[in-house]
Design a protein around this ligand. Structure first.
Ligand code: ZN
Length: 223
């Protein structure tokens, strides 16, 4: 008789493997070096998250926690690890946006682009092709990402990140000045691709600013 794994066990194994593969990928992009950054995935009422303070490129499937939407730990790794400090921030996006996945990156491109934004203003993108990769994004529209100030400790960001999510109903990410970004999506693919588009847009903004280029100047495309 062939032993078959229960569908829940297969789902659990697949999500754990995907988080480890993506964390390794993000490490190579410079999004998750020095134990920072990472990704969390939700399936139904279960949310998978990494532990705190681990090298993301070395993350193993057995290292992950599962929590419910309230952040109550359902399963924890056998090793002596604590839940990621990003947990309350990931949970805010699950709570208010019904996200299927939430990604946190320490992307330098995002930090540089945010440094161009005066206090109290948002990071805006228009007439750049990758805007179309953002939820609701259109070439002739403007996609707006709120920028919040950083805090001494990651979990202390919760209140201002939550407020930014509530204040910017169209945004699929919140930028944290001098720190990085939280990006969510309906599923892991959308969270990842939106983070990639935002990175491209931030890189374009920073490089054009450095070169003194106004990308709208010669754009003759008509809405
Ligand atoms: Zn961080």
């Amino acid at each position: 008789m062939t032993h078959r794994l229960h569908p829940d066990a297969l789902r659990d194994a697949a999500i754990r493997a995907e988080i480890c593969a993506l964390c390794s990928h993000f490490y190579k992009l410079g999004w998750a070096s020095g134990t920072g950054g990472g990704i969390s995935i939700r399936s139904g009422e279960t949310i998978w998250m990494a532990p705190s303070g681990v090298e993301k490129e070395k993350l193993a499937p057995a290292d992950l926690f599962t929590v419910d939407r309230d952040g109550q730990v359902l399963t924890h790794p056998a090793s002596d690890l604590s839940l990621t400090a990003c947990a309350p921030l990931f949970l805010a996006a699950y709570r208010h946006r019904d996200a299927g996945a939430v990604l946190h990156s320490h992307s330098l491109e995002v930090i540089l682009a945010a440094a161009l934004v005066p206090p109290g203003e948002s990071l805006d993108f228009t007439r750049l092709e990758m805007v179309k990769g953002l939820e609701g994004g259109a070439y002739f529209g403007t996609s707006t990402l709120p920028v919040i100030d950083n805090t001494a400790l990651e979990h202390q960001l919760e209140e201002r990140l939550e407020q930014a999510i509530l204040d910017h109903a169209q945004a699929s990410a919140v930028v944290v000045r001098n720190h990085g970004i939280y990006v969510w999506g309906r599923d892991v693919t959308q969270a990842k691709t939106q983070a990639e588009c935002i990175d491209w847009l931030c890189s374009a903004k920073v490089r054009m600013h450095a070169a003194g280029i106004d990308h709208l100047r010669h754009d003759r495309s008509i809405p």
